[in-house]
Design a protein around this ligand. Structure first.
Ligand code: ADP
Length: 398
C-alpha cells in the first residue's frame, strides 16, 4: 500500500511517496517557483534523480510534473496511479473546526478555505493544491487532510484563551491554536516507545526547533499547552519571527514610523528573530559562526534564543507539576549540542544530567541523559511526512 504525501505552499510543493508495508520512502521531491517559472527535483530511494525546469503557471502543472517524475522519468518508481492508495495533505490551520484528520470533500475544502483568514500564507495554497491534486489524480484516489493544529485541540480553555475582551473569541475565534502539531505528536509517541511506557503515564515536553520553533507540554497523553498561538508567530524567537513580545512595543513603533498593521506583520514574521537581532542570517549555523568570529549581535541572538527556550521549558514543567522526558527535534534541536547542553545544565537543579558524549550526536535518535538523570532527555528526528502517511492510512482504513 502506497501513500502520497503532499506539503504545498503558495509557490512550492514538497512530496513523498511512502510504502506503508515497511514505512519506507520510495521517492521524494520538490516543485519550486510555481506561478513564476517552474522546476522539479525528484529523487528515488535508490538514488536515481530527475530534475527539470518546466513551466508551472499553477499547481496543476506542478502535479503533472510530479506524475511524470513518479511514473515516466528515469527515476520512476510506479507504473500507474492505481498503485497509490491515498493522498495525504499537510494543512497548517484547522482552527477549532478540525479536531483531527479527515477525508476531503467539498465542505472540507470550503472550511479550509474559510480558515485562510487565520493562515493567509498557507491555507489558500493548500486549497489550490487539493483542487489541483483532484484534477490530476482523479476522484478515485481518496484524499485526506492532516492539520498542524489538531494535536493541540486538547488544550484546556485556561491555556488557549487570551485575556482580551471575550467578544474577540466569540466573534472572531481569536485564541491559541498552536502549530507543528504533527511533529509534536510524532515525537511524543516516540518518547513513549523509548520509555516503554503508556503515553498517558508520562509528562513530556517536546521542543521542535527549526526555522519555525515551538515547544509543547503533553500530559495524560494529550497536549495541554503549546508555545505558538493564534498564528505561528507566537512563542519564542525563531529564524525570522519575533515570538511573543509586548504588543505595546508594536503599537508604539507603528505610531512613530507611521506603519500599517500589514507592515507590522511583515516586520514580526519576516524581519525579526535571529535575523533581526543578529543582522547576519535567519540560519542558526550562520549566526553561530558569526558569534564564534566575535560578532556581538550574533552572540546576543544565540543567548536570547537559548534563554527563551529554557524559560518555556521551565514554565511547562511548572504547568504540568513536573516532567518525565524532554525531547529535542527539528534542524536545530537535532543538530545543536551546545543549545541542548545549555538547556540541560540549567535544569540541573531538578536532577537533569546529560551524557556529554551522547549529546555530541547530530540528527539521530538517542537518549542524551545519563541513567541516573531524574528526567530523560532525547534527541528524536521528526518525520512529519510519515506521521501524515500513517494518519492518512488510518482515516482510509476507517
Ligand atoms: P524548517 O522549519 O524550515 O523545516 P529545519 O527543521 O530544517 O527548518 O531547521 C532549520 C534550522 O536548523 C536552521 O536554522 C539551521 O541552521 C539549523 N541547522 C541545521 N543543521 C544544523 C547544524 N548542523 N547545526 C546547527 N543548526 C543546524
Amino acid at each position: 500500500m502506497k501513500i502520497f504525501v503532499v506539503n504545498a505552499g503558495s509557490s512550492s510543493l514538497k512530496y513523498q511517496l511512502i510504502d506503508m508495508e515497511n514505512e519506507s520512502v520510495l521517492a521524494k521531491g520538490l516543485c519550486e517557483r510555481i506561478g513564476v517559472t517552474g522546476a522539479i527535483s525528484h529523487k528515488a530511494a535508490d538514488g536515481r534523480e530527475y530534475k527539470a525546469e518546466t513551466p508551472m503557471p499553477t499547481h496543476s502543472e506542478a502535479f503533472e510534473a510530479v506524475v511524470y517524475a513518479l511514473m515516466k522519468s528515469d527515476a520512476k518508481v510506479i507504473d500507474s496511479f492505481d498503485e497509490i492508495s491515498a493522498i495525504g495533505h499537510r494543512i497548517v490551520q484547522g482552527g477549532a473546526v478540525f479536531k483531527g484528520s479527515c477525508l476531503v470533500n467539498d465542505k472540507v475544502i470550503e472550511q479550509i478555505s474559510e480558515l485562510g483568514a487565520m493562515a493567509p500564507l498557507h491555507n489558500p495554497a493548500h486549497v489550490i493544491a487539493i483542487k489541483a491534486c483532484i484534477k490530476t489524480f482523479g476522484e478515485k484516489i481518496p484524499q485526506v487532510v492532516v492539520f498542524d493544529t489538531s494535536f493541540h485541540q486538547t488544550m484546556p480553555p485556561k491555556a488557549y484563551m487570551y485575556a482580551l475582551p471575550y467578544e474577540y473569541y466569540e466573534r472572531l475565534d481569536v485564541r491559541k491554536y498552536g502549530a507543528h502539531g504533527t511533529s509534536h505528536h510524532f515525537v511524543s509517541d516516540r518518547v513513549a516507545v523509548l520509555e516503554n511506557k503508556d503515553k498517558k503515564d508520562l509528562k513530556i515536553i517536546t521542543c521542535h526547533l527549526g526555522n519555525g520553533c515551538s515547544i509543547t507540554a503533553i500530559k495524560d497523553g494529550v497536549c495541554v499547552d503549546t508555545s505558538m498561538g493564534f498564528t505561528p508567530l507566537d512563542g519564542f524567537m525563531m529564524g525570522t519571527r519575533s515570538g511573543s513580545l509586548d504588543p505595546s512595543a508594536l503599537t508604539y513603533i507603528a505610531e512613530k514610523d507611521n506603519l500599517s498593521a500589514a507592515d507590522i506583520n511583515t516586520i514580526c514574521n519576516k524581519k525579526s528573530g535571529m535575523l533581526g537581532v543578529s543582522g547576519v542570517s535567519n540560519d542558526n549555523r550562520d549566526v553561530a559562526a558569526a558569534a564564534e568570529a566575535g560578532n556581538e549581535r550574533a552572540r546576543l541572538a544565540i543567548d536570547m534564543q537559548r534563554y527563551q527556550i529554557l524559560k518555556f521549558i521551565g514554565s511547562y514543567i511548572a504547568a504540568m507539576n513536573g516532567v518525565d522526558a524532554i525531547a529535542f527535534t527539528g534542524g536545530i534541536g537535532e543538530n545543536d549540542p551546545e543549545l541542548r547542553k545549555y538547556v540541560c545544565e540549567n535544569l540541573k537543579y531538578m536532577g537533569v544530567k546529560i551524557d556529554i558524549d551522547a549529546n555530541k550526536c547530530r540528527g539521530k535518535e538517542i537518549k542524551i541523559s545519563t541513567d541516573d538523570s531524574l528526567v530523560d532527555v532525547f534527541v528524536i528526528p521528526t518525520n512529519e511526512e510519515l506521521a501524515i502517511a500513517r494518519d492518512t492510512l488510518r482515516i482510509i482504513s476507517e
